[in-house]
Design a protein. Sequence first.
Length: 265
Amino acid sequence: MLVDGHMHLENGPLTKEYVMEFINEAYKQGFDRIQILDHTHRFKEFEVIYQGVKEASDQQREWLANKKMKFKDTLSSYVRLINEVKEEELPIEVLFGLEVCYVPEYKEEIRRILESYQFDFLVGAIHSIDGLLYDMPWSKEILWDKYNVDDIYHRYYELIFDLVKSGLFTQLAHPDTIKMFNYYPTYDLKPTYHELAKLLVKHHVKGECNTGCYYRYHHQDKGLSKELLDIFKEHHVDIITASDAHKPVDVGTCIKDIYKLCQYD
């Protein structure tokens, strides 16, 4: 099956018409299944888990204060949309979920919020290192140029391991997107990658081969690094291809380029 396992509604309204733009684009490209989600920072219920991010820098506080984009909708409105779309006869299989910004100290609060809802899948993501976002225009100033890169990588994968062990998620978002600005540690990442692969298999969590870092941030890898992809395949991790599309035109971007590489013989 040709699958795009990660695409966002965040730049548009929670309407059936907008969802159908993603579905129709995927159908046109020959996809068999897509997975639609949104970041938890869209939803009012999750605002509490971003307190540390707000407090960590002025730029982040301003970014999260944009009520046109952040904490503007409710999960119940999202569920109503999902039910409305699923009543339609769709040309491909469409699943719905969330991309949850995982924050260890709010693990039980996240669990409490999620237990009231039934989504088709739940993606866990690490976007911040103890409150400092690593993937934003200001991240170099507040994180990368301020702290030791080895320490950032060690902490990133500690958080990833905790995410996988939490039992909250069916899928791990962009496992090595920490590389996006081409900062790399001085130590060998292979032992870390082997440990991650074993945890994903043990906890039945899919690992994404996500192309967003390539076409959105111009990183040279089209998906996972070859090293990490090879290790995932060595351990038989369940790999799902994902575009991380944030608008309909980006659905499926570069997935056909990496799809065969992610398949098992």
